[in-house]
Write a protein that binds this ligand. Structure first.
Ligand SMILES: [Zn+2]
Length: 338
């Protein structure tokens, strides 16, 4: 059962769309996939999620299928350009802008692979969200049903056929509780999912201290190219940038919590110019970022209370009942003969 707080985080996550203003690089948005290393392809669909795929000897592995519409386009491209079946489709995490299209590849015979840590979302929230979208967008979802994952990975799983080697790894909670990354040790390419985006970050489902720790592990891989969850391909400095921002966010907010500042005061005071220069969005306009940092520092956020809570309504109803009973008692006494 997903708790109230968790549900609200999930709902925020669905609304995510990367809107950062970073300039496009050589992998300009839209169009066919770009081969960034032998047999390793990416499609930059800015502002939608990036897609990646790796060509093995007799099959293809897709990492982050994206939306069902973009998955349909990618499947067509793989069939016409590569001509091999897709054997596995890997979801870096449960956010539907990355994972909904897995249904398209599953319908074509692929196994759906996710992290074991993401099992609760893939068994509860994701199928419900999928069903809602089938009803709301029947043209986009035509003929598709939700494809349950067929393989849950605990930490590491390696796909190696002697031609390509793709290592899938889960390093703990970060952008979500169950992120997977794809690592190609040959060309030193990292598929980072939303653990790093080249601009605005989404902390709706995040574990901030966990995310910082995961980025430290990812930096140690020694990637030459990093394919982020959104926006343009970059070098290893992208991981440094994400790490720098999240660490600065944690440090500033923790110092303010230690001084006893409220969440609202922190929202006014926090200032990270590098994030605004990078993403085009001020951290003061990122309430979920500050909220995650505030909670991680042990701060408690007072939620605005409804004017009429259930308890107050019950109390008021009880009070009204007493008044009515007293009125009835007095009225009966009036009717009684003197
Ligand atoms: Zn995400």
């Amino acid at each position: 059962m997903i708790g109230v707080l968790r549900s609200s985080r999930l709902c925020l996550a669905v609304a995510w769309c990367a809107l950062a203003l970073a300039p496009a690089g050589s992998d300009a948005a839209g169009g066919p996939a770009v081969e960034i290393a032998p047999g390793v392809f990416t499609r930059n669909l800015d502002p939608a999620a990036n897609q990646e795929f790796v060509v093995f000897d007799s099959y293809v592995v897709v990492f982050d299928p994206g939306s069902v519409v973009e998955a349909r386009n990618l499947l067509a491209e793989i069939q016409s350009r590569i001509g091999k079946p897709v054997r596995y489709v890997i979801n870096s995490h449960f956010h539907p802008d990355h994972s909904a299209g897995a249904a398209m590849f599953a319908a074509a015979g692929a196994e759906v692979v996710v992290s074991e840590a993401a099992r609760p979302e893939f068994e509860n929230w994701v199928p419900a969200d999928f069903a809602k979208k089938v009803a709301a967008r029947p043209d986009d979802y035509r003929g598709l049903t939700y494809a349950k994952p067929t393989r849950y990975l605990r930490e590491t799983w390696v796909i190696d056929d002697g031609v390509q080697r793709l290592e899938l790894m889960h390093f703990g909670p970060g952008h979500t509780t169950g992120d997977l990354v794809g690592w190609l040790p040959g060309p030193r390419v990292l598929f980072a999912g939303d653990l790093s985006t080249n601009g605005q970050h989404n902390l709706a489902s995040a574990d901030l201290p966990g995310w910082i720790a995961v980025l430290e592990r990812l930096r140690m891989l020694g990637a030459r190219q990093v394919v982020p969850g959104h926006k343009s391909l970059a070098g290893p400095e992208l991981l440094d940038k994400s790490h720098q921002y999240l660490r600065e966010l944690r440090t500033q907010v923790a110092a303010m919590v230690a001084r006893g500042m409220s969440y609202e005061q922190v929202m006014q005071a926090v200032d990270i110019p590098m994030y605004e220069q990078w993403s085009g969005v001020s951290v003061r306009n990122e309430p979920t970022h500050v909220r995650r940092a505030y909670e991680a520092a042990g701060g408690t956020i007072d939620e605005p209370r409804p004017r009429w809570s259930r308890r107050r309504l019950a109390a008021a109803a009880g009070g009204a009942g007493l008044v009515m009973a007293a009125g009835l008692f007095l009225w009966r006494r009036r009717l009684r003969p003197a």
